[in-house]
Design a protein around this ligand. Structure first.
Ligand code: K1U
Ligand code: ZN
Length: 168
């Protein structure tokens, strides 16, 4: 397994739209393992392939405290979303140190492929629902700060650029 470098906002590569995975093969399974190791090490509860500069529709999530409940979603699609919404705090490994509240559907039903290429569906609410929607946004080139006001976005961009300069 290998740790993959995570792109930081406002890197333009975070805006790329991911393509569907054509075949779930050993290459994809190795990428999933590398993404999981990268997420656990960060540490985070989710990671989208876009964040490691791979523009394919792959997400890994583990919201357990024990790091033993890895969920993998390949070519995910939201097939149902509740009309009820919920305000929840979000963070992002691509925007370290920034947290803010977004409103999203409270419950979703997702269809995806697993690591064997089999189709499955699952229902999610709470943190899992927030995380799936946040990661699926990455696959379409959206970062959670894109939903915030222009003022907040420009402050966050300045803060991130300062951090990059300091760590260079
Ligand atoms: O997409 C990402 O960068 C991962 C992100 C997922 C996420 C968390 C919370 C709400 C929405 C999406 C993170 O994992 S941020 C880090 C984080 O939340 C966390 C880190 C350590 C332990 C528990 C949570
Ligand atoms: Zn994120």
């Amino acid at each position: 397994m290998a740790l993959l470098p995570i792109l930081h906002y406002p890197d333009p590569r975070l805006k790329k739209v991911a393509k569907p995975v054509a075949v779930v093969d050993e290459r994809v399974r190795k990428l999933v393992l590398d993404m999981a190791e990268t997420m656990y090490e960060a540490p985070g509860v989710g990671l989208a392939a876009t964040q490691v500069d791979v523009h394919e529709q792959i997400i890994v999530i583990d919201i357990s405290e024990t790091h033993d409940d890895l969920r993998v979603f390949i070519n995910p699609k939201i097939v149902e979303a509740s009309p009820e919404t919920k305000l929840a705090e979000e963070g992002c490994l691509s925007v370290p140190g920034i947290y803010d509240y977004l409103e999203r559907p409270q419950r979703i039903r997702v269809q995806a492929l697993d690591v064997n290429g089999a189709t499955f569906e699952c229902e999610a609410d709470g943190l899992l629902a927030v995380c799936i929607q946040h990661e699926m946004d990455h696959l379409t080139g959206r970062v959670f700060v894109d939903y915030l006001s222009q003022l907040k976005q420009s402050r966050i961009k300045s803060k991130m650029r300062k951090l990059e300069r300091e760590s260079a």
